[in-house]
Structure formats: structure tokens, C-alpha cells
Ligand binder design. Structure first.
Ligand code: F6R
Length: 364
């Protein structure tokens, strides 16, 4: 049932404040602003590496998780696309643990990666949305996302719930490894518990984003740029756009621009820059200047401070609420989902059932 929505994807985008909140409540104690007492199948204090493996959007969630585990818990993360991981004969230390991420819990390559880690004797955990799935059953412990059934083929609410679990796990790891103080824990948990409220604010920008999407629906190619956790988000933005609108899109680390993709920039090329006013903002702005100097059409997704400081002529600016840096990937996922959604609606594609795609990829 789509309720008042035209598509399941639109409905699922709008469910995010609620399902993020449900998911976080499973891992955080809102009353004390502490990390919850949930079980983990290994001790974060006793491992020296975490190996993450997943496909598609779930892989991009894991890539954001890597930044969090390394930054807050000083835990090194190896992350791979599951179809590569399963064949690349990676040496795994006995002090490693494995984490798989899958909405369906049935993705063939992710499952094969899990079985490889099992044969290597690693403790196995999984972030899954379907608790009865094969990946859930074959794990030593699971971290469920409470997104509810996701019908739209393009993953939206499962992605932000995966991010919510990863953020909570990074805090759990930071605590276990003695990397955050009591005050820092309380502060970060408080910030994270605000994610649903920020997500609701962003949903109000839907019409504004729709007007940007009208422009996008006339182009053939789009480039997405971002740094730090906005780099995986740039790739997620490109993935979402290509899979439902069939517009060719690529996501790049902004710093890689001059190593190749800058050759694509001309007066036709829209470049979507994801740049909240964070610790790396100035660096992204200098990449935007390089795009502007070549006539590229910039669509900037930033906050008020970022909009004030980026004195570059943009085609459009989407002004987001001011979000603490830790949870910004969860909140900035929404405008890129809405942009892809509205663009696809303008193009008249089958948004919930895009051509050639299956919701659950059970063959390799
Ligand atoms: C993209 C998308 C896919 C899935 C991927 C993994 O919108 O939905 O990239 O994320 O096929 O699927 P799961 O999470 O079920 O393993």
C-alpha cells in the first residue's frame, strides 16, 4: 500500500524519520544518552581490524562506516565489494572480525563472502533488514535495521537505517576501545538521536529539490562530487540517479577531479557537489572553483554557512539544515534520494521497478 504516495520509493523516502528513530532506539539509550547494552558476537576491544563486505548501496553504507570506525574508534577497516572480496584471496588476521551488510540478507556475493570468512575462522556479524534471511541465519550475531519491508527496487530507507546502525556500532567500538570519554559519548549519542528530526526537516525541501530535478531531467550525464563521508554519498547519489532515471552519472572524490574527470566539464555538464560546512569544506570549494572556471553547471548541496561562504556562481543551491558532522551522511542521503526520485518521475520511468534490476540479487 503506497498510502498517499505515487510510488513506493516516495513512501519509503518519507518513512525515514520514523524508521531511523526505531532503528536507533535498538542501539542507543535515549534516556541516558549512552550507547545501548546490545550484544556483539566479538569484542571490539580485542580485534585489530574489521572486514566489511557488501554490494551496491549496502557497500556504500559500509564505506561511510569505515570513516566512522577509523575516526571515532581508531579501528582499521578493510572494505570490499562482495563480488571482489570473495575471489581476491585476502589474508585475514585471526584478530579480525567480519561484518556484512545486506537489506535482503540473500545477496549471493555477500553470502559467499560470509562463507569465506567463516572458513577462515572469523567471527561473523551482519547488518540485515530481513531477520529470517540466509545471511542472518549464518551469522554469529546480527544487527537488525528496523526499516520495515522495502518494496522500491532502489534502496532508500534501508540505506539510512544501515548508516544509523553503523554510527551506533562505531560509538560502541569507540567506547570498548577507550577512545571516547563519557562526555563525548553522551554528546555523540545526543547528536545521533537528532537524526530523525533533521530528516523530517529535509523532507520539507522536497518541492525545492523537485525544481532542481526538472533541470536534471534534460541532461545525459551528471557528475557528483564530495569529500570524506560525502564521497561515498556522491557515489550513492550517482547510483540512485542512474538506476531509476537511466541518466549516466558518476560519483567521484572531489580531490580526484583533476586526475581525470575534469576533462568532462563543459557548459553542458551538471556537477552536483555535496558539501556541508565541515572540516574539509574549503578543499571542496576549491574543487568547485575548478568546475566553475570551465563553465560547469554547479548544483551545490550545503548548509546556510556553506552557502554564505561558497561565493561561486551556482546553477542551484539546496540549503540544508545545520547538521553536526557526525550524522551528516544520514541526513544528506535524503536530498540525493529526492533528486533522483523527482528526476525519474519527470522522465516517466518505472521508478519502483527500473528496467533490468531485481530487488534481491540471489545469483552471482
Ligand atoms: C541500489 C540497490 C542495490 C542493493 C544491492 C545489495 O539502490 O538497491 O545496489 O543495495 O543489490 O542488496 P542487499 O542490500 O539486499 O544485499
Amino acid at each position: 500500500d503506497k498510502g498517499n504516495h505515487r510510488h513506493f520509493m516516495e513512501k519509503e523516502i518519507h518513512e525515514q524519520p520514523e524508521v531511523i528513530s526505531h532503528t536507533l532506539a535498538n542501539y542507543l539509550d535515549f534516556s541516558t544518552s549512552r550507547v545501548g547494552a546490545f550484544e556483539t558476537p566479538f569484542d571490539f576491544a580485542k580485534i585489530d581490524r574489521l572486514a566489511i563486505s557488501a554490494c551496491g548501496t549496502a557497500y556504500l553504507a559500509g564505506l561511510i562506516g569505515k570513516y566512522w570506525f577509523e575516526r571515532y574508534a581508531r579501528l582499521p577497516v578493510d572494505i570490499d565489494i562482495a563480488s571482489e572480496f570473495r575471489y581476491r584471496e585476502m589474508p585475514l588476521s585471526k584478530e579480525s572480525a567480519a561484518l556484512f551488510i545486506s537489506q535482503s540478507g540473500e545477496t549471493a556475493d555477500t553470502l559467499a563472502s560470509l562463507r569465506y570468512c567463516r572458513s577462515e575462522g572469523l567471527p561473523i556479524s551482519a547488518i540485515v533488514n530481513v531477520r529470517e534471511s540466509t545471511i542472518a541465519r549464518e551469522s554469529d550475531g546480527i544487527f537488525p535495521t528496523l526499516a520495515g519491508p522495502e518494496i522500491g527496487v532502489a534502496s532508500t530507507k534501508a540505506f539510512t537505517c544501515q548508516l544509523s546502525v553503523l554510527a551506533a556500532l562505531a560509538l560502541k567500538a569507540a567506547k570498548a576501545r577507550g577512545r571516547i570519554t563519557f562526555e563525548e559519548e553522551v554528546d555523540l549519542v545526543r547528536q545521533l538521536s537528532e537524526a530523525p528530526r533533521y530528516a523530517s526537516q529535509v523532507l520539507k525541501l522536497s518541492e525545492r529539490i523537485e525544481s532542481v530535478a526538472r533541470e536534471l531531467s534534460h541532461v545525459r550525464h551528471v557528475l557528483y562530487l564530495g569529500r570524506d563521508t560525502n564521497y561515498p554519498l556522491a557515489m550513492e547519489g550517482a547510483l540512485k540517479l542512474k538506476e531509476i532515471s537511466y541518466i549516466h552519472a558518476e560519483g567521484y572524490a572531489a580531490g580526484e577531479l583533476k586526475h581525470g574527470p575534469i576533462a568532462l566539464i563543459d557548459e553542458q555538464m551538471p556537477v552536483i557537489v555535496i558539501a556541508p560546512h565541515d572540516h574539509i569544506f574549503e578543499k571542496t570549494v576549491s574543487n568547485m572553483q575548478e568546475v566553475a572556471a570551465r563553465g560547469g553547471r554547479i548544483i551545490l548541496i550545503t548548509d546556510e554557512k556553506g552557502a554564505r561562504k561558497a561565493t561561486i556562481k551556482t546553477l542551484d543551491t539546496i540549503v540544508m539544515p545545520d547538521v553536526p558532522e557526525f550524522l551528516s551522511p544520514i541526513v544528506y542521503a535524503l536530498p540525493i534520494q529526492l533528486l533522483a526520485y523527482h528526476t525519474a518521475v519527470f522522465m516517466g520511468t518505472d521508478v519502483d521497478q527500473p528496467r533490468n534490476l531485481a530487488k534481491s540479487v540471489t545469483v552471482e
